[in-house]
Write a protein that binds this ligand. Structure first.
Ligand code: GDP
Ligand code: MN
Length: 453
C-alpha cells in the first residue's frame, strides 16, 4: 500500500508545488490543492533575479547540443557549468534515461558541453523529486562556473503559521535542506517579516550572520537578502528558494540555483511572468483540465476518479487500492463548481482509453450535489457514456436527489452485468460507499435535480 500512495503523493506534490522548501511548507502545500502554482525554470527565475540586482552567473539557454556548444564558446569562461532545466530539484544527483549521471556538470572544455548536452536534451532526467520515469529535458542552461567556497541555504516564503513572509536560512546549504531540518534543526534560522514594514536591515544582517558570512561578505549577503525579499514582494511570489546561496573564494555572494513559485491569484497583475509559464512539462490533458479550472492527475490503472478536494482524491485512490483496483486518473473538481465543468470533467475522464469505469466520489460541502447531478446527466446524455459509472454523492442537497426520488434510475443493473468487460477488481466498492448508486450509461439515467425543487 505504501508504495502506490506514496507515489500519488509525490506526483501530487510535484504538480502542486515543486521543490517545497521546508518541512513546515510541505504540509502547507498539501492543503493548497485546488490552486495551481506557477513554476518557472531556473533560467527564467535567474533572469528575474538578475534584472533586480541579485547576483547570478552569466548564462545562456540552449535547446540543442549544438547551441549548447556555441553558448559554451561564447561564454568564454574559465569553467562552464551545464545544467538540465526541469521543474524539479535534486538535479545534481539525478540520472538521465541516456545513462548519463548528474543533471549538473562542470567542465573547462566547451566541446565537452556539447557532448554532455547531447546526452541530456531529449532524455528524461529522474531525480528524488520527479516521477520514477523522470521528466524530459528540453533545455539546458550553459553558465559561467564559479568556484564555491561555502554553500548556504536561503528561502523566502509565505508561511501560514507566521501570517506572512518568513526568511529561512541555514549555513548548511547545497544539500537536501529537509535532512538538515531533521538532523540539525538548530542550524535552521528564521526571520519573520512584517509585510507592511518590509525587511529590516537588522533582520538581513542577522540572517547573513547566521548563514556564516563574515567580514565584508556579511554586508554583501545582507544586501542580496534584501534584494531577494524585494523581488519576492514585487513579483507576488509564494516562495523564492536559493540553494546554494554560496560564496566564492574571490569574495562574492552568488545565487547558484533558483526556484520561484508564484501566487496564481496575482496573475492579473503579473501578466509578463505568467506568460513565461512553461506548460510543456504537463501532460496535454492536464493543460486541458486547467483550462476549465480542473486538476487532472494521470495514473496507470483503469478506474477514473472524479472527486472534489485532494484529500478525498487520495482517500478515494486508497480505497480503490485497498480493494484491489487501480485508479486510471483523478480529476479534482475543487470548490465553486459549475455544471459545465462537470461535463468537461467527464469528457476528459472518458477520453482516456484506459478507463473502464468511472467512480464519482463527491462531498457536497461548497459544491452542491444538484449541480454535480445535473452535470453528470448532461454528460451521460451527450457523451453517450460507454463505461459503467458509480456515483456517490453526499452532503449539501443530496437529500433532494436521493431522498425524494428526484434522482431516479430507470434501471439499476446488477454489478456482474456491467463488469463483463472490466478487468477484475475494477468496481470493488459499490457496496462500500453509503449512498452510492451503480448507474449504467445506457440506462439513460434520469437525473433532474435542480436547485428550485
Ligand atoms: P539541484 O541539484 O537541482 O539543486 O541543482 P543546483 O543548481 O543546486 O546544482 C547542484 C550542485 O552543483 C550545487 O549544490 C553545487 O554544489 C554545484 N554547482 C552548481 N553550480 C556550480 C558552479 O558554478 N560551480 C561549482 N563549483 N559548483 C556548482
Ligand atoms: Mn539546488
Amino acid at each position: 500500500m505504501a508504495a502506490p500512495v506514496g507515489a500519488q503523493a509525490r506526483k501530487l506534490l510535484r504538480d502542486l508545488a515543486l521543490r517545497p522548501p521546508l518541512l513546515a511548507a510541505r504540509s502547507q502545500v498539501v492543503q493548497l490543492t485546488s490552486r495551481r502554482w506557477l513554476n518557472l525554470q531556473e533560467y527564467q527565475s535567474k533572469k528575474l533575479m538578475s534584472d533586480n540586482g541579485v547576483k547570478v552567473q552569466r548564462f545562456f539557454v540552449a535547446d540543442t547540443a549544438n547551441e549548447a556548444l556555441e553558448a559554451a564558446k561564447r561564454l568564454n569562461a574559465k569553467e562552464i557549468v551545464l545544467k538540465a532545466q526541469i521543474l524539479a530539484g535534486g538535479r545534481g544527483k539525478g540520472v538521465f534515461s541516456s545513462g548519463l549521471k548528474g543533471g549538473v556538470h562542470l567542465t573547462k572544455d566547451p566541446k565537452v558541453v556539447g557532448q554532455l548536452a547531447k546526452q541530456m536534451i531529449g532524455y528524461n532526467l529522474a531525480t528524488k523529486q520527479t516521477p520514477k520515469e523522470g521528466v524530459k529535458v528540453k533545455k539546458v542552461m550553459v553558465a559561467e562556473a564559479l568556484d564555491i567556497s561555502r554553500e548556504t541555504y536561503l528561502a523566502i516564503l509565505m508561511d501560514r503559521s507566521c501570517n506572512g513572509p518568513v526568511l529561512v536560512g541555514s549555513p548548511q546549504g547545497g544539500v537536501d535542506i529537509e535532512e538538515v531540518a531533521a538532523s540539525n534543526p538548530e542550524l535552521i534560522f528564521k526571520e519573520q517579516i512584517d509585510i507592511i514594514e518590509g525587511i529590516k536591515d537588522s533582520q538581513a544582517q542577522r540572517m547573513a550572520e547566521n548563514l556564516g558570512f563574515l567580514g565584508p561578505l556579511k554586508n554583501q549577503a545582507a544586501d542580496q537578502i534584501k534584494k531577494l525579499y524585494n523581488l519576492f514582494l514585487k513579483i507576488d511570489a509564494t516562495q523564492v528558494e536559493v540553494n546554494p546561496f554560496g560564496e566564492t573564494p574571490e569574495g562574492q555572494v552568488v545565487c547558484f540555483d533558483a526556484k520561484i513559485n508564484f501566487d496564481d491569484n496575482a496573475e492579473f497583475r503579473q501578466k509578463d511572468i505568467f506568460a513565461m509559464d512553461d506548460k510543456s512539462e504537463n501532460e496535454p490533458i492536464e493543460n486541458e483540465a486547467a483550462r476549465y479550472d480542473l486538476k487532472y492527475i494521470g495514473l496507470d490503472g483503469n478506474i477514473a476518479c472524479f472527486v472534489n478536494g485532494a484529500g478525498l482524491a487520495m482517500a478515494t485512490c486508497d480505497i480503490i487500492f485497498l480493494n484491489g483496483g487501480k485508479p486510471a486518473n483523478f480529476l479534482d473538481l475543487g470548490g465553486g463548481v459549475k455544471e459545465s465543468q462537470v461535463y468537461q470533467a467527464f469528457k476528459l475522464l472518458t477520453a482516456d482509453p484506459k478507463v473502464e469505469a468511472i467512480l464519482v466520489n463527491i462531498f457536497g460541502g461548497i459544491v452542491n450535489c444538484a449541480i454535480i447531478a445535473n452535470g453528470i446527466t448532461k454528460a451521460c446524455r451527450e457523451l453517450e457514456l460507454k463505461v459503467p459509472l458509480v456515483v456517490r454523492l453526499e452532503g449539501w442537497k443530496f437529500a433532494r436527489l436521493g431522498g425524494t426520488g428526484v434522482w431516479r434510475q430507470q434501471e439499476m443493473r446488477p454489478h456482474s452485468c456491467c463488469s463483463n468487460n472490466l478487468s477484475r477488481g475494477a468496481l470493488p466498492f459499490r457496496s462500500e460507499l453509503p449512498g452510492s448508486l451503480l448507474l449504467h450509461a445506457l440506462d439513460t439515467i434520469e437525473l433532474e435535480a435542480s436547485e428550485s425543487r
